[in-house]
Ligand binder design. Structure first.
Ligand SMILES: Cc1cc2nc3c(=O)[nH]c(=O)nc-3n(C[C@H](O)[C@H](O)[C@H](O)COP(=O)(O)OP(=O)(O)OC[C@H]3O[C@@H](n4cnc5c(N)ncnc54)[C@H](O)[C@@H]3O)c2cc1C
Length: 382
């Protein structure tokens, strides 16, 4: 009997655990350890913020894994020893024959510091009620959606947030009194995707009167004065600032031998295999070629890692990841576009994005429902 331990219950960990369960006989144990017993897709936070749907209605519980033959341990991992494939956790030590590390990225708050009113970490699910309340009470001024540093998780998210916040304000009849600005340190909205995609995003933002400011590196956020200043001398006063945190390596990984010099894990791009025997790493906690940090890539590499492990245990075929994938970008009016392509193509990725439409929005809704339902037996709220 073999034991496989999956660290993390996000996209990468859940995809890997289910792939393993579907390939391995029940005599082999699969254990999944995660600090948070919830799973929701990232964009469900934006839907909560603008009143599309409360986050709780798009949240599934990892406790549902046990009924699927995957043992769930709800515990915080405090140390990882990849040479022994062993971990220390708040629920005691665990070890295994194989280990898949899928712990996601930490959130770097940059110049936001400890601010928790007026200026927020947009990705912090626990602060959504406060963000929503401040948005609801807004009746004049400026909303600044600011990328606080790079890299960050889900490159399209700042623009999605801008479209959704703008639409929310317009619905409330406030658009002539509230300005919406999206500020990024990058030279264009999605530089990796090329000029056509950049143009599509920039013209979409301009069409909604959203002020796109590129090349703005946040230098200071003065939460008393409600003012953000940038390295080039630009200052933006705000009524509400929604900051996109930078992606930082989780401390427990950065403190372990798994980490490269920059704190991220650098696994094989096709299999997630690391230099440690039987240890794989997938998802946002890794640095993999030109892959953005997004759920689809975490799950694709998670599945590939699972096929490699299952093949080692029981034989069978492996399916390495080829770098094909897509990310959704939601526009206003229940429309979305998919940024898709071949991310491992050399010398650079080949990416494309069609005009946003309602069919792609429906695909985005289905993407969420499929994962919540298949992985965690979630049913659509009535
Ligand atoms: C607003 C927004 C919109 C997004 N939209 C999209 C989209 O349209 N498409 C898309 O593909 N992606 C999207 N994403 C990105 C996506 O959510 C992430 O890339 C994805 O969650 C990464 O998956 P992961 O498995 O690597 O990590 P995560 O999903 O972050 O999971 C990490 C897991 O590790 C656990 N963990 C972490 N540290 C510890 C510890 N010390 N001990 C125990 N457990 C720990 C956590 O509890 C969690 O279970 C979006 C993100 C945001 C914020």
């Amino acid at each position: 009997m073999a034991k496989v331990m999956v660290l993390g219950g996000g996209f990468g960990g859940l995809a890997a655990a289910h792939e393993l369960r579907s390939r391995l006989d029940s005599e082999h144990e699969i254990l999944l350890v995660a600090a948070d017993d919830r799973f929701f897709v990232g964009y469900a936070k934006l839907w909560d913020l603008v009143g599309t749907r409360p986050l709780a209605q798009g949240t599934a519980r990892l406790g549902a894994l046990d009924a699927k033959g995957i043992r769930f341990v709800n515990a915080r991992i405090t140390a990882i020893d990849p040479t022994r494939r062993a971990i220390e956790t708040s629920a005691g030590p665990f070890d295994a024959d194989y280990m898949i590390v899928a712990l996601g990225a930490g959130r770097g708050r940059g110049k936001l510091g400890a601010a928790d009113h007026g200026a927020f970490d947009l990705y912090d699910p626990d602060r959504l009620p406060a963000m929503r309340s401040e948005l609801e009470h807004l009746d004049a001024g400026r909303v600044v959606i600011a990328v606080l540093g790079t890299p960050y998780v889900c490159p399209p998210a700042p623009y999605e947030a801008a479209f959704l916040v703008e639409e929310y304000l317009r619905r409330r009849g406030l658009r002539d009194r509230v300005e919406v600005v999206v500020a990024t340190p990058m030279p264009s909205p999605l530089p990796m995707a090329g000029p056509d995609v950049d143009q599509l995003v920039a013209s979409g933002l301009a069409g909604q009167g959203i002020d796109l400011r590129t090349g703005l590196q946040t230098a200071k956020i003065d939460t008393d004065a409600k003012s953000a200043s940038f390295a080039d001398g630009t200052t933006l006063d705000y009524a509400l600032l929604l900051g996109i945190p930078s992606a930082v390596p989780p401390t427990v990984i950065a403190d372990s031998p798994l980490a490269g010099e920059d704190g991220w894990v650098w696994p094989d791009p096709g299999t997630g295999r690391t230099v440690f025997d039987g240890v794989y790493a997938v998802g946002d906690c890794t640095a993999v070629e030109s892959l953005p940090r997004a759920g689809v890539f975490a799950e694709a590499l998670g599945r590939a890692a699972a096929t490699s492990i299952a093949a080692e245990i029981d034989g069978g075929t492996t399916t390495p990841y080829d770098g094909a994938g897509y990310c959704f970008l939601e526009f206003n009016g229940r429309r979305a576009a998919a940024l898709e392509g071949e991310f491992f193509n050399k010398p650079k990725p080949i990416l494309r994005m069609a005009e946003p439409d309602t069919d792609t929005y429906a695909r985005k809704e289905a993407f969420e429902a499929e994962r919540l339902h298949t992985w965690l037996a979630w049913t659509h709220p009535a």
